[in-house]
Design a protein around this ligand. Structure first.
Ligand code: NAD
Length: 447
């Protein structure tokens, strides 16, 4: 099939590359000329394991191309996929202008029946609006063309995006046109073990399903973070509580880790967009608001734990920080807990020495220049140099390389003995035996 993907971020690029890998002819469009130039050379602008070799292979095979202008440059396609961003607006609602701009571009391009597939996470009713925009554009061009709009939300995870796209648990297809369903089957069956994994529903159902999925996962995290506070207050251990409840199949074991809060480009913005959607209908989404608030408070807990130990004035304290990205496997810093933490530390006068295996370039680009210029924040070349004369190590992102570090070397490199474990990665018992002061989340051991 000929497919055009609009937006080459985490979702659009992975989608384009994986569809090409199955033999489709894919044109990826992005308004960012720098990104497109890099991609044409087979260089991925984002860190995503396994993506670059697939990108190169499919460019070389002539199945994958990159353009900045859909109208003049893209090959006519049967399927147009919208994968532009939907970031939060100031009021928490989803910013829809990129999706609508993509719909306008499609309307200016198609000359034959096409299926327009929305992969972006969008409020309920967006498919109607996209249909309306395309219809208007076609009318302006004096064309009468049949087309269908499908809501097909994406569930891939950054860091495991290729695997998630190649072997999805399920594919949600929101549409009522039989022709479009047939196209979706042709597109996705090569990725599925059985047709049962393709869940067909209305576009509105599909749009809400995506928000409900992310909100449910965010709820599990915030719930466990709340329980971890109770553990700290009552001297109970969250790791045992988690073991005890995760073995209940009604609860499941995923997303039950307590820690320094969730971040990323999806959960925070999607929870707040869902709150906004509820409020638009004068409905008070009590649970969602609590999930959001608990996460906001949880991100502050890292600095609170530093202050609990050293006192309010941190001007003599050097903090080593391991992990900047919002989770391992990605260089994405959007809404990362590290951002809130660094800002709080700098406000109290601390000096921060940070290291991340892949997000250093992204950190250089996104943190305020003044932080570096004033030498309050330094990005260090490796994890041990980040520890140099540090009073405390704070683990924020649980990258593999931080899992079994050389604790003896750490001890001789650091000035202090405190380890604050934002992801409950280390054994409190082991670290205490080695002579460290260990502070985790919810292990009933906070000083
Ligand atoms: P992103 O910000 O990484 O990428 C969006 C891309 O769209 C950018 O490269 C931007 O330049 C481009 N763009 C914007 N307007 C355009 C236009 N008019 N024409 C062409 N290109 C345009 O976004 P993302 O993380 O890939 O997310 C895309 C959507 O998918 C969002 O709605 C997001 O919520 C959803 N989603 C993201 C993930 C994830 O893990 N990142 C997972 C599932 C769903």
């Amino acid at each position: 099939m000929y497919i055009t993907v609009i937006g080459t971020g985490y979702v659009g690029l992975v989608t384009g590359v994986c569809l090409a890998e199955k033999g489709n002819h894919v044109t990826c469009v992005d308004i960012d000329p720098k990104k497109i130039e890099q991609l044409k050379q087979g260089i991925t602008p984002i860190y995503e394991p396994g993506l670059e070799p697939l990108l190169k292979r499919n460019i070389e095979a002539g199945r994958l191309s990159f353009v900045t202008n859909i109208v003049d440059e893209a090959h006519p396609a049967e399927i147009y996929m919208i994968a532009t961003g939907t970031p939060s607006r100031a009021d928490g609602s989803a910013e829809m202008r990129y999706v609508y701009a993509a719909a306008e571009a499609i309307a200016g391009h198609i000359n034959d029946y096409a299926v327009i597939v929305d992969k972006s996470t969008v409020p309920v009713g967006t498919s109607d609006q996209v249909r309306h925009i395309i219809q208007q554009g076609l009318t302006q061009r004096g064309l009468t063309i049949q087309f269908d709009v499908v809501s097909n939300p994406e569930f891939l995870k950054e860091g495991a995006a290729i695997k998630d796209f190649m072997q999805p648990d399920r594919v949600i297809v929101g549409v009522d046109s039989l022709a479009a369903i047939q196209f979706m089957k042709e597109l996705y069956l090569p990725f599925l073990n059985s047709e049962q994994q393709l869940l067909v529903m209305s576009a509105h159902d599909a749009e809400l399903t995506k928000y409900a999925a992310n909100a449910m996962l965010a709820t599990k995290i915030s719930f466990m973070n709340e329980v971890s506070r109770l553990c700290e207050l009552y001297g109970a251990d969250i790791l045992n509580v988690r073991r005890g409840i995760a073995s209940d199949p009604r609860i499941g074991s995923g997303f039950l880790n307590a820690g320094c809060g969730y971040g990323g480009s999806c959960f925070p913005k999607d929870v707040s967009a869902l709150i906004h959607m509820a409020e638009q209908h004068h409905f008070d989404p009590l649970i969602l608001k609590a999930v959001e608030e608990r996460n906001r408070l949880q991100k502050n807990r890292l600095c609170e734990k530093v202050v609990d130990y050293f006192g309010d004035d941190l001007s003599q304290i050097t903090v080593a920080l391991w992990g900047l990205s919002f989770k391992p496997g990605t260089d994405d810093l959007r809404e990362a807990s590290s951002l809130v933490f660094i800002e709080a530390l700098l406000e109290r006068g601390a000096k921060v020495q940070a290291y991340d295996p892949v997000a250093m370039k992204a950190a250089h680009q996104s943190f305020p220049k003044a932080w570096f210029d004033e030498k309050r924040l330094s990005l260090m070349p490796d994890s041990y140099q980040a520890l140099h004369l540090a009073d405390v190590l704070v683990l924020v992102t649980e990258w593999d390389e931080f899992q079994t570090p050389d604790f003896d070397l750490m001890k001789s490199t650091m000035r202090g003995r405190l380890i604050i474990d934002g992801r409950n990665q280390y054994s409190a018992l082991k670290l205490r035996k080695l002579g460290f002061d260990y502070v985790g989340f919810g292990s009933g051991v906070s000083p």
